[in-house]
Design a protein around this ligand. Sequence first.
Ligand code: AMP
Ligand code: ZN
Length: 491
Amino acid sequence: MSSSKLHIFNSLNGKKEEFIPINPPYVGMYVCGPTVYSDAHLGNIRTFLTFDIVFRYLTHLGYKVRYVRNITDVGHLVDDADEGEDKIEKRARLEKTEPMEIVQKYTNGFHQTTEIFNLLPPSIEPTATGHIIEQIEMIQKIIDNGLAYIENGSVYFDVKKYAEKHNYGELSGRKIDELLEQTRDNLEGGNEKRFFADFAIWKKASESTIMKWNSPWGIGVPGWHLECSVMSTKYLGKEFDIHGGGMDLKFPHHECEIAQSVGADGIAPVKYWMHGNMLTVNGAKMSKSLGNSFLPNELINGDHPLLEKGYSPMTIRFFFLQAHYRSTVDFSNEALQASEKGHHRLMKAIENINNIKTSPSSSVKVDELVEKCNQSMNDDFNTPVTIANLFEGVKMINLLNENKQTISDADLTKLKSHFHHYVFNILGLKHESENNNNDLVDNLMNVIIDIRKNSKDKKDYATADFIRDELNKIHISIKDSHEGSTWTYEN
Ligand code: AMP
Ligand code: ZN
């Protein structure tokens, strides 16, 4: 066990603080999950990977972590504010289907993607639509506490009233006075809100809205920020250890979550707020609306104008881990190609541990290496330094294999288990064949086409036809020409 202790950068005060759980050995962690109206893009994956590492490392430290990551399946409006259409309903309209079919389709897709990148499933994955009753109860509590008002079938959180006693803006650093200034400019035009920063916790539904529920205030939909307060309280308690999400959620989403929980229960809900930084493309945040996003599959297949080639899921995982979660990462082919080599070298070194011969004593310092890795992870989950430390170990492994250093039996066992544990369990990397699946299929098809050509050359037309017919059965068609044979796959 390391002599250093885990420190986490807390967005609440901008300081690295020693991690002391509220109720050890239990740790509660809530992470804002995807809005399932389309496929998760690579930026989303970066954020979920950050908290996958936190989950894995806390588990490694011996904590019993309850990791809650929600699915947003209602209430997230197109313009991220309180106006406009629900993102899921809009998609359902475009795809000419039911909102819940959209939810199912993209939830399934999200799960497949998380598996591809080796993200561990959360302990609980609650949905907003599954917690409407609890959301109505929380709204009622906030109204009863005098911190929300009803306007034309909608309920708004009263930020100005809240700010009389509490610090609205404590997480994001926004100043209520500045928001007051903006109010004068933004409240023209008959807005139902009394104050610009007020936000809907219940929104009256229009006739055409499909997903809507009955409530004491009429038929409507819960506000987007509310579900996270409700589901984190329900599964982790009024006070829990870690709340995570991307940096872009700090304001207004997380600021509003704090206000709602304090407004309902009078208790600040979260001890450590953690925010992952953005994946950018040429310096701009990757986002669907900017049109600069790509899907994990496009990246894996190299199927996008920005991509020089395809990159495997573990190359991408390694690429993300080479940056600290609080730094931005800019997409680049060059960096991904370097990560591909780095991941490959690390995996090769793990294989090479098996070839090391032991000696009566060690000249290498395995304990020091283990300690350095623990220290870097304890320093706010510093994965790039941890990877650099592991590469010191790779050097060690190579020198041992060249008989330039010596290692005892006991130290070799320790070195092996350290590498396996850190690389596979904590960083969550996996062995991958050098070829990705596409290359593998290409190579296999070349072999089959060669065998068929051989049969034809030997006038064994029965075998050549048999190969062609069998491939046809699995939708692969072979075309023969003077230059040779080519194949296509029709799904
Ligand atoms: P959404 O599905 O839009 O609610 O986003 C899911 C998660 O992905 C949130 O925690 C966002 O903060 C995060 N996210 C969105 N865009 C990016 C990006 N470009 N880089 C990193 N994380 C992102
Ligand atoms: Zn949330």
